[in-house]
Design a protein around this ligand. Structure first.
Ligand code: NOJ
Ligand code: CA
Length: 563
């Protein structure tokens, strides 16, 4: 019997609500549209949805600037529409996890409007306000989106702190009233029946109260995007702004609150630091394996090294969590493709994600091979961080506008947020043909990159995803098994075992990343491989051998049997 909690067995699917399905024809995704697509998700075979922010928001950071935590953005529908969606998802055994942004609100949130009103407003201390130093900001800290992390508010002549956009003021988590108000928000959604939260940007929640300057020779004004810096520079730059004392205690408190509800509600942290599981496994349930994503190509060497390191560091009792893409990163197809074998590589990548030990997170659209959108010009950009980047490149870095535009369009997060491609109709079936979608649809929706074209085609990427999701769901070793690396000859093939002591099932996973056939010597203690899944037609279901020949880009998943 598998005793894993649901969130260890589940496959999560991130939905970007603005881009998923437009039910009322105004060019913006909404709950009406999303609810109508739940059968699609059920057929696909996912178990849980991570819903990117659905709250009222001025939308300067695509919903991560929340103006009301206990409601639904009017363009997405009403709270009743949300509840109908939640019930309909649950009726299909699909769980729903919300995005919870604890670090900051929108500057349009009533809390901030009150807080900025006067020095003695009761909510003044709900945000981080400080006097300037030496005629400038209180410290030399940078915003993660570039530029200074402090903005002077002329109303009271004090600066407020923002780890992200200036329209996203940071909350002061040292204030007990703020904390109580946010825990009420958490209860509000848990009472409605949501299954947990993806916690946004948790490392940013506290800052050092004394505001020490970082010591890098980098001016905040010169920074365009802190995420683009190399790791050590990033860490040093944000030395006093990330992972400050108090964070673990706060997450423990949140965990206790969530655990006080029945049904194994889950907390997933937007961070890669395994310390967020908690010293006693009492903080987050899942922490993303972002280092796996951090590569130009997913090579067997990279994956092997990642797994060795990650699993060795995993605290006892904690469970891994793997992903290859989300609403902040390039599309999996575009990022890890080589331009020549993209369709084969896309199959290898999903096979990898669904067979590694850990809970997989998919991103909407990857199952049909959606690719990065190339926007035409500045007027099409919706990602404020990219618009700022463009202006800064022109105004402070002196770049010619065309070059600055090129840079902004190449890295904007809009590229992976374009509308879901449901068909080859105008607007890709996302919106009716008469509407103007909030972001352009990708032109490749007419070239087979759409659900309708793939859904009944057994050779499509979508069918490949469905087959694999079904296999995973029905294969105990893939759900629960330990990862055991298999040494293979050469660098072309990644092979590993998943062994589940409960069911005594052992699976072999072999992924040939090369464009030519590969023969590998494997020692399986005399056991046979019974094929469970293969991307190629294999003549024999049973492979009895101590060496395995794999066709180019083959995915092979088998079960080991005694002879
Ligand atoms: C992480 C989110 O994924 C990203 O989209 C957002 O801009 C930042 N956190 C700030 O909330
Ligand atoms: Ca709509």
């Amino acid at each position: 019997m598998n005793t894993q909690p649901w969130w260890q067995q589940a496959v999560f699917y991130e939905i970007y609500p603005r881009s998923f399905a437009d039910g009322n024809g105004d060019g913006i995704g909404d709950f009406l549209g999303l609810t109508a697509k739940l059968d699609y998700l059920h057929d696909l075979g996912i178990d849980a949805i991570w819903l990117a922010p659905h709250y009222p928001s001025p939308f300067l950071d695509c919903g991560y600037d929340i103006a009301n935590y206990a409601d639904v953005a009017p363009e997405y529908g009403s709270l009743d529409d949300f509840t109908a969606f939640l019930l309909a998802a649950h009726a299909r055994s699909i769980r729903v996890v919300l995005d919870l942004v604890l670090n900051h609100t929108s500057d349009q949130h009533p809390w901030f409007i009150e807080s900025r009103a006067s020095l003695d407003n009761p909510k003044r201390d709900w945000y981080i306000w400080r006097d300037g130093r030496d005629g400038g900001p209180p410290s030399n800290w940078a915003s993660i989106f570039g530029g200074p992390a402090w903005t002077l508010d002329p109303q009271t002549n004090q600066y407020y702190y923002h780890a992200f956009l200036k329209e996203q003021p940071d909350l002061n988590w040292r204030n007990p009233d703020l904390k109580a108000a946010m825990w009420d928000v958490v209860r509000f959604w848990l009472d409605l029946g949501v299954d947990g939260f993806r916690l946004d940007a948790i490392a940013t929640i506290f800052e050092h109260p004394d505001l020490p300057n970082h010591t890098l020779p980098l001016a905040a004004h010169d920074i365009l995007d802190a995420n683009a810096l190399d790791e050590p520079t990033y860490r040093q730059l944000l030395r006093w702004q990330l992972k400050q004392p108090g964070l673990h205690e706060l997450l423990q408190e949140l965990r206790r609150l969530v655990d006080s509800y029945p049904g194994d509600r889950v907390l997933v942290g937007e961070d890669e630091d395994l310390a967020f599981h908690g010293a006693a496994n009492d903080e987050l349930h899942l922490v993303f394996n972002f280092p796996l994503m951090r590569a130009d190509r997913l090579t067997p060497q990279h994956i092997r090294a990642n797994q060795i390191q990650r699993l060795a560091q995993l605290p006892a009792g904690a469970w891994p969590c793997n992903t290859l893409g989300n609403h902040d990163s390039p599309r999996v197809w575009s990022r890890y493709g080589d331009g020549a074998h993209d369709a084969d590589l896309a199959r290898l990548h999903i096979a990898l994600l669904l067979t590694l030990q850990g809970t997989p997170f998919l991103y909407n659209g990857e199952e049909i091979g959606m690719t990065d959108l190339k926007l035409g010009g500045l007027d099409e950009l919706r990602d404020t961080a990219a618009i700022h980047q463009y202006h800064k490149l022109v105004d402070t870095h002196g770049l010619p506008p065309q070059e600055a535009l090129h840079a902004a369009l190449a890295t904007t997060r809009d590229r992976c947020r374009s509308p879901m491609q449901w068909s080859d109709a105008a607007n890709a079936g996302f919106s009716p043909p008469s509407a103007t979608p909030w972001l352009p649809v990708h032109p490749n929706h007419t070239a087979g990159v759409n659900v309708a074209a793939q859904v009944d085609d057994p050779t499509s990427l979508l069918s490949f995803y469905r087959r694999l999701l079904h296999l995973r769901r029905t294969t105990p070793a893939l759900l629960a098994g330990e990862y055991q690396a298999l040494p293979t000859a050469g660098d072309a093939v990644l092979a590993f075992l998943r062994f589940d002591p409960n069911s005594r099932q052992t699976c072999l996973v072999a992924l040939n990343f090369a464009e030519d056939s590969q023969t590998l010597a494997i020692d399986l203690d005399g056991r046979q491989i019974r094929t469970l899944f293969t991307s190629q037609a294999r003549e024999h279901e049973l492979i009895v051998t101590d060496s395995l020949t794999m066709t180019p880009f083959e995915v092979l998943i088998g079960e080991l049997r005694e002879q």
